[in-house]
Design a protein around this ligand. Sequence first.
Ligand SMILES: [Zn+2]
Length: 303
Amino acid sequence: MPPRPSHAAFRPAVWSALIRTVAFALLWLPTPAAAQSFRAEITHQARGVFPGEAVLVRVVPSVPVSDIRGAVFGVIVRFYQADDTSWEGLVGVDLLVEPGSYDLALQITPVAGTPVERDYPLVVEDKAYPTRQLTVAPRYVEPPPDVSARIARESQEQQAIFADASDARLWRGPWGTPVPGRATSAFGSRSVFNGQPRSPHSGADFRAAEGTPVVAPNVGRVVLTGDTYFSGGSVILDHGWGLYSYFAHLSKILVDKGDLVEPGQTVGQAGATGRVTGPHLHWTLRLNGARVDPLSLIELLAR
Ligand SMILES: [Zn+2]
């Protein structure tokens, strides 16, 4: 009969067997029934997935869920229940996002059970935007030194608004245009003012005579009104959940900060204030910070 191993030699073998048993048991821990049977059909809808577009992501879970949240491009994407079976969330692909594949990381919380995670790839394609040449008053291309502090302050104020997302979703139903007629758009154009390149055009322009009523495209809270150096008469509406409308070059402002406006309610009148070549309405849309073409959103939510 071989000698019994000493106590010291026996111990590592016992531990190793014990660890193997525990690991095996962990592998076979039963998963909750809800997570095992959970399925989610995830699709998206957009004119195209490229810089400057709003993308509608639809999730159809196999069981009732209480919440869906996503994360992509470093921001949170909130989802709302669109009908009995599906949830929708809006993703903004910023004008300057590099083409490539990005994962939308979803966390889906079933009414019964623990949250389930899913990744949904969004493949951003390249888009070549045209360049436009514009002639404006020289003070908008080389601003005099005494307005530089004002320009910096106005820019910071706007960035602070767009960086925030209010908790209530105010917008609902279909989106309209703020003035009648088709947009001359030029969203995303690389703008050259008096021969000098400036940042890309981050809104849609609509032909509008001076005095044309500008109406809210959806429900929103007025969070900024006033005269700004480049944008002239300005109104910013907070539609909730990180979605904002910015109207520029207004000749008249007819709302006050704090007002809640309904779709179709007049917020001001079109004009030619600020850096313009003539009267028109400029509409910028910000979606969780991303600069997206307002027309891409209208098309998705024109139901
Ligand atoms: Zn514009």
